[in-house]
Write a new protein. Structure first.
Length: 181
C-alpha cells in the first residue's frame, strides 16, 4: 500500500481553499495508515494493535543503551523471515520455538500443543510425534523433552516432520519443546 501525503499543508501563506484537497487527502491517508494493524478511529478499542506486520527482512543497526529493536531477518535454517530482538547486549531469536506439546497417556493434552499434528500411541517407552508441515526446516532442529517419571528422556529425529521421544512410557506426562534457529 502506498499512501499519498503532502507535507507542509496547510501552509500559512496559502489560501485555505487551495490547500483543502491536500488536507482531505492527508486526513484520509492518516486514517488509512492507522487502519493497518490497528483498530481505526471508529472501531473499539481505537488505536490499539490488532497485529504487527513487518515488511520484508530488515537488519537492525547497532543499538546503544537504552534502545532496542524488534525486526525480521532471514532465518538460519531457512530463508523465511524470522523475528529477532536486538539490544546493546546482542541479537536474540524471538521465533526460536517451533512446536510445543504436553503428552499424557499417549495423547496431546487438550489444547496444549502448537504445530503438532499427531502423537502416535506409545510403543514401550517410545512415542512418535508428528509436526505440522513447515514447523521446522529439514532435520537440524532440537527437542527438549521432560518426563514426570523418567530422568533419561531422549529424542531421535526421524524426519523434518517426525521425532521419537524415548524413555517416556504411556503412564508418564511428557512436555516437549522443538526449537530451531
Amino acid at each position: 500500500m502506498v499512501l499519498t501525503y503532502t507535507l507542509n499543508i496547510p501552509d500559512a501563506p496559502n489560501n485555505p481553499s487551495n490547500d483543502q484537497p491536500n488536507m482531505k487527502t492527508n486526513t484520509n491517508s492518516i486514517s488509512d495508515i492507522i487502519d493497518v494493524d490497528h483498530y481505526t478511529f471508529d472501531k473499539t478499542p481505537s488505536g490499539k494493535h490488532r497485529q504487527v506486520t513487518l515488511a520484508g527482512k530488515n537488519v537492525a543497526g547497532v543499538q546503544a543503551d537504552p534502545a532496542s529493536t524488534i525486526y525480521s531477518d532471514s532465518g538460519i535454517a531457512n530463508t523465511v523471515a524470522e523475528l529477532r530482538y536486538r539490544n546493546q547486549s546482542g541479537i536474540f531469536p524471538l521465533s526460536l520455538i517451533r512446536a510445543y506439546g504436553i503428552i499424557q497417556n499417549g495423547a496431546i493434552v487438550g489444547s496444549q500443543s502448537i504445530n503438532v499434528s499427531a502423537v502416535a500411541a506409545p510403543v514401550g517407552s517410545s512415542t512418535t510425534v508428528t509436526l505440522t508441515s513447515n514447523a521446522v526446516t529439514g532435520t537440524s532442529y532440537g527437542v527438549l523433552a521432560l518426563s514426570t517419571v523418567s530422568t533419561a528422556v531422549t529424542y531421535t529425529i526421524l524426519s523434518s516432520t517426525q521425532f521419537r521421544i524415548s524413555g517416556a512410557g504411556p503412564a508418564n506426562t511428557v512436555t516437549f519443546v522443538v526449537f530451531q534457529l
